[in-house]
Design a protein around this ligand. Structure first.
Ligand code: NDP
Length: 270
């Protein structure tokens, strides 16, 4: 029987591409997000829409209950819903910071809690957490985004060996630049939050850097392919890397000292 997949953040970008790619590969796919009008458009691919707000516990519980009722259980959870909230740490209101952590970290963790009982019962499950190159590398003006993604990396490393005895794999995906709404949302955020403060010169340089990231960005289906590879591997790797400049960034992060890596980052912010 086809495995049931829940893809969060399926209303755009990587989540949408992943939902389509997996549906075309024969999986039973539930696509979840807040913008249900966008999800309805995916029905032509056989994707089942579910309303989900990962900052709302009742919404998360309801989403998993709906899938359990209709399909039995979530076999594969793709924790993709995410937000890139930017701005100098000094400028970002704490409410925005908390929202960032709520979406990228607590939403991810709560959904894992909700799908684990059925996965344990079935002695089979795949939890795919969409992190980022930004889960290994911190760029200026992105403290809360990077904090959230570094946390997703740590959570996943801890969880991987915790649930392995139950037949459940935890897989981290580390995308680099990928064409989606996120890069422009991040750029706009940066200008809104720090475009008029003492951090303006840095914000302007970063917006230019985002333009370069966007130029090198890959189509979201490339990340969808990585996710499918991870799900279908008999012994999946802990991490899969893909997308614009991802490999090169992580290579330099690995081989350079903190000091040299900082210089590299600053040299790119011109
Ligand atoms: P998009 O902005 O295109 O998609 C984000 C998705 O998350 C949307 O479908 C949105 O749906 C959903 N979402 C946001 N907030 C919530 C919420 N509170 N509840 C439920 N869903 C929510 O960005 P991407 O496709 O690029 O991002 C997907 C993931 O990939 C993120 O985790 C991001 O951090 C990661 N990533 C992206 C990179 C890139 O270059 N694009 C690089 C590295 C990582 P809706 O608004 O309808 O709820």
């Amino acid at each position: 029987m086809a495995k049931t997949v829940l893809v969060t953040g399926a209303s755009s970008g990587i989540g949408e591409a992943t939902a389509i790619y997996l549906a075309q590969a024969g999986y039973t796919v539930y696509g979840a997000a807040r913008r249900t009008d966008k999800l309805q458009a995916l029905a032509v691919y056989g994707i089942r829409p579910v309303t989900l707000d990962v900052t709302d516990d009742a919404s998360m519980t309801g989403c998993i209950a709906t899938i359990a009722r209709e399909a039995g259980a979530v076999d594969v959870l793709v924790n993709n819903a995410g937000l890139g909230s930017y701005g100098a740490l000094e400028d970002v209101p704490m409410a925005e910071a908390k929202n960032q952590i709520d979406i990228n970290l607590f939403g991810t963790a709560r959904l894992i809690q909700l799908v684990l009982p059925a996965m344990r019962k079935n002695k089979w499950g795949k939890i795919v957490n969409i992190s980022s190159v930004g889960g290994k590398v911190g760029l200026p003006m992105g403290s809360w985004y990077h904090a959230s993604k570094f946390a997703v990396e740590g959570l996943s490393d801890s969880l991987r060996n915790e649930v392995r005895p139950f037949g459940i794999d935890v897989i981290v995906i580390e995308p680099g630049g990928t064409k989606s709404e996120m890069i422009s949302i991040g750029g706009n955020d940066l200008q809104r939050v720090s475009g008029k403060t003492v951090y303006k010169p840095q914000a302007d340089r970063l917006v230019k850097m985002y333009d370069d990231i966007e130029k090198n960005a890959v189509e979201p289906v490339e990340i969808a392919k990585l996710i499918k590879k991870g799900i279908e591997a008999r012994r999946p790797r802990a991490r899969y890397v893909g997308g614009g400049m991802a490999g090169v960034m992580l290579f330099f992060r690995k081989i350079l000292s903190d000091k040299l890596f900082d210089r590299l980052i600053i040299s790119q912010m011109k």
